[in-house]
Design a protein around this ligand. Sequence first.
Ligand code: NIG
Ligand code: FE
Length: 417
Amino acid sequence: MSENLIIFNARIVTPIGFTARRGAEMSQLRIIENGTVEVTDGIITYVGENRGESRDGYYQNYWHYNARGHCVLPGFVDSHTHFVFGGERSEEFSWRLKGESYMSIMQRGGGIASTVKATRALNFLKLRSAAEGFLKKMSAMGVTTVEGKSGYGLDRDTELLQLKVMRSLNNSEHKRVDIVSTFLGAHALPEEYKGRGDEYIDFLIDEMLPLIRKDDLAECCDVFCEKGVFSVEQSRRLLSAAKEEGFLLKLHADEIVSFGGAELAAELGALSADHLLQASDAGIRAMAEAGVVATLLPLTAFALKEPYARGREMIDAGCAVALATDLNPGSCFSGSIPLTIALACIYMNLSIEETITALTLNGAAALNRAHRIGSIEVGKQGDFVVLNSDNYHVLPYYIGMNSVAMTIKEGVLYPVN
Ligand code: NIG
Ligand code: FE
C-alpha cells in the first residue's frame, strides 16, 4: 500500500546519499529547517524548503501533514534480527543470571537447539502470527525495514517454512515493515548431524542453497562463524558456494571469541559482518578497506554482559558502522530501538549523528538497499520516522523510551500511541 503525502513544517534530519557512509562521513547529516517532503505513490518526489502548504487534510490529490517543527528522519532499518521463531527461553536467561555462559548452555543442548525444537513444532500460521506480532512492535519504534533470518529449523522443511513466513508477511497488503530475508541454515549444528559438521555444510550447499535460490526465498546467506559452532574453513566453503549461487553474504563474526570472522567477511566481499565484539585490529582494518558494513548489536552485548564492540574505533578506522537489535529468543530478547540508540551513544561512544546514520543509511547498505531507503532523497521510498520533538538529541536521551510519534511507510501514516 502506498499513498501521496506532503509533510510540511518539518525539521528534516537525514544522512546523505545512496551508499554507505564511512568513517567521518557518518556524522554528516543534512538538516533542513522548515522543510517539506513530498511522496507520490510511495516514492519521494520533493525534499526541500517549505513551498507554502499550511493546512492539514486531503486536497489536490495529497494527504497533507503539518509536522509542527518536529524532526522527520528516514525510517529506521533493523538490519539484523531473528524474529521468526517458536517458544521462548526465559529459563535460560535465569541460568545466565546465575553465571552460566551462553556457549555452555548451547554446548549442553540448550540455546539455539531448544528454539529449533519449539520452531519445528509450529505450523505456518502459528509461526506467522508470532512473527507478525514483532513487526507491529518494531513499527511503533520507527522501523520501516527489517532483516529476518532463518536458522531455527536446521532441516529442509522448517528452514523453508521460516523463509516462507517472511515472504508471506512481506507480501501482505497492509505491511508496515519491509522484510529482507536471510538464510541462516548454518546457525548451529542440528542434533541429527552431531560430529558431522562438514556433511551438514555439504547438505546446505548441495540441497538448500539451490532450493532457496530457485524460489527466491532469501537474498542473503549468513553463518554463525564461531569457535565450537562453524569454523572459518566451513564458513568460507558455505559462503563461497552461496556467493556463486547469487546470494549476498553476511556473517555472525567474532561474537564470543576473536576468530577471524571480520577478516573472512572482507576476503569474501560480504555485505556485512555482525556482532564483532572481539574483532581484531586487522579485522577492523580489513573491513574498512573492503567496504564491509560493520553491524553492531549493543543489546546483545548488554544482555550477555559482554564488552561492547569497538564502534568508536571502527568509525575512526574508516568503517561504515550499522546498528541493529539482533532480536532473538536467546542471546537478546529485545528489539528495542531506543535502547540500542542509548547503548551505542553511552557505551560505544558514537555521536547521535553517527547513530542516526548507523540506523538508517548504513543499515540499508547492510541489506543492499542504500539506493532505495535509508536517507531522504528524491527517488527513494517514502519511509520516515516523526519524532515527538524538534530536537533529535532526544533519541539517546530517552533511555529505552520511545520518542517516535509517527512511523510513515511509503507515504502511509501510522501514529504511535
Ligand atoms: O545473533 N549468535 C548466534 N545467533 C544469535 C543468537 C541466537 C539464539 O541464541 O537463539 C545471535 O546472538
Ligand atoms: Fe544474530
